[in-house]
Design a protein around this ligand. Structure first.
Ligand code: GLU
Length: 471
């Protein structure tokens, strides 16, 4: 085995979290940068909460982020559930060496004793009782006296007094391994040299470091990356915040934008730009520069990143990227309605105006509808302006013979008509836009009319004029 071995060890118990995505990317960047390996281990031992589709979701999401199974840096996935025998065997070794002992107290009894003693946690009651294995007995680790110093690449040296660690459980009363044990046994078996994970695991680390040593292995280099917080500086939670990577993907965030943004949570590339290609991130990423404080997962900033990435796409790539989003409630626009050439014509105008790809259909659907779906409130508002009905009727007449049918000529004509009715161009545009597109916002109007064509524009203006002024 050569090169450092990083690993990402998610539990498949729900949608893949943006925080997990960042942890995976940090591991990936370092494994790549150092010519090492990225091991994916699915920690699927919680049978009640694991589902195969969550595992699929993780593998799929990683691939979306650029962490591909077929990349030579990638190893796995391994499944923790398949390794239970090794965990139990390791526990047995610890017991045989006196580093672990059985205890027959129930969780309630442990609590009662803690309460009576006024000190939380397990008090070591069975340490010297010499109990052997038996039904309902848990196996506990015998925490040695002293202090444990965890060298953390982000936080420096963190010291823990061992008497605060309590003799933690390795095997449950039914003989199944606990997370702390399984996680270490697997890391040792997989030759892991660097454990980079979420900060919430820092309290586990002194216990795990003791386990590494007790199992005769040299502990890995540790790194605990700060939590992600929302605008209220609260830890991102799946109940409160949008945390599922899948949701951002569905909304049309580009993978490259997401990756770049996630990497900058707590870390910045050199120079004054944060929007940088992956090659630069991979070359420069350094845990020594990762901030200790919680990182603000700023939706506005993410959107700005995404907008910038969208604008930077070659138009053809933008058109291709939009295709999965051109649908109505999941049903793709049918070929008799959707005309790719027309979309391609509009694409550059749309590309500069959207922040996510999911915004695209609303900007172009009027081009592909038999009749625009007019928002009644918008219609009432646009036509409620004095002069608007007259502008609409006159524009329809004027556009019938306009030559050439160009954005510029369309604009000049409406500008003239509006002025004659005391309306600035912005106000004069409103009824035209709603009549033709059904909405108050969209791509630049005159370019849109040019693409839509004279016949269809006139038909819509005439229909709208016939609908008349509301109320
Ligand atoms: N399975 C653990 C989790 O998802 C990860 C543990 C680790 O990275 O060591 O939180």
């Amino acid at each position: 085995m050569t090169g450092p071995r990083y690993r990402f060890a998610p539990s498949p118990t729900g949608f893949f979290h943006v925080g997990g995505a960042r942890t995976a990317l940090y591991n990936w960047a370092l494994a790549k940068q150092q010519g090492g390996t990225f091991v994916l281990r699915i920690e699927d031992t919680d049978e009640a909460r694991n589902r195969p589709e969550w595992t699929e979701g993780i593998i799929d999401a990683l691939a979306w982020l650029g962490i591909h199974r077929d990349d030579p840096t990638f190893e796995g996935p391994y499944f923790q559930s398949a390794l239970a025998d090794q965990h139990v065997a390791a526990a047995q070794r610890l017991y045989d060496r006196g580093s672990a002992y059985y205890c027959d107290l129930t969780p309630e009894q442990v609590q009662e004793r803690a309460k009576a003693a006024g000190k939380p946690g397990y008090d070591g009651y069975s340490r010297d009782r010499g109990l052997g294995p038996g039904p309902g007995r848990v196996l506990r680790f015998r925490v040695p006296p002293g202090t444990t110093v965890v060298g953390d690449a982000v936080r420096g040296e963190v010291e823990f007094a061992n008497d605060t660690l309590e003799d933690f459980v390795l095997l449950r009363g039914n003989g199944t391994p606990m997370f702390l044990l399984a996680n270490v046994v697997d890391d040792i078996a997989m030759g892991i040299t660097h454990v980079l994970r979420a900060e919430e695991h820092l309290p586990n680390t002194p216990k795990q470091q003791l386990l590494w040593r007790a199992l005769g292995a040299e502990p890995p280099a540790w790194a605990h990356v700060p939590v992600l917080v929302n605008e209220q500086r609260k830890k991102l939670s799946k109940r409160r915040d949008k945390v599922a990577l899948e949701q951002y993907r569905a909304e049309g965030y580009l993978a490259e934008a997401m990756v770049n943004y996630l990497m900058t949570l707590g870390w910045s590339p050199r120079g004054d730009r944060e929007i940088v290609p992956w090659s630069q991130i991979e070359a420069e990423f350094d845990l020594a520069d990762v901030n200790h404080s919680p990182a603000f997962f700023d939706l506005k900033k993410l959107a700005a990143f995404n907008g910038e990435y969208i604008r930077a796409l070659p138009v053809d790539d933008f058109v291709a990227a939009c295709q999965p989003y051109l649908h109505d409630d999941g049903v793709p626009w049918p070929p008799e309605r959707y005309r790719p050439a027309v979309f391609a014509q509009m694409a550059p105008l749309v590309q500069t105006r959207v922040v996510t790809l999911a915004e695209v259909p609303a900007m172009v659907d009027f081009l592909f509808q038999a009749d625009p779906v007019v928002d009644p409130a918008a219609w009432t508002k646009a036509m409620g302006v004095a002069g608007a009905p007259a502008v609409l009727a006159e524009t329809a007449r004027c556009y019938a013979t306009l030559d050439p049918w160009s954005a510029e000529a369309l604009k000049d004509a409406l500008d003239r008509i509006g002025t004659a009715h005391g309306l600035k161009l912005g106000k004069a545009q409103a009824p035209i836009r709603v009549a033709v597109t059904g909405r108050t916002v969209g791509p630049p109007l005159f370019e849109a009319l040019e693409v839509l064509g004279r016949d269809e524009t006139l038909r819509r203006l005439t229909d709208a004029a016939g609908r008349g002024t509301p109320g």
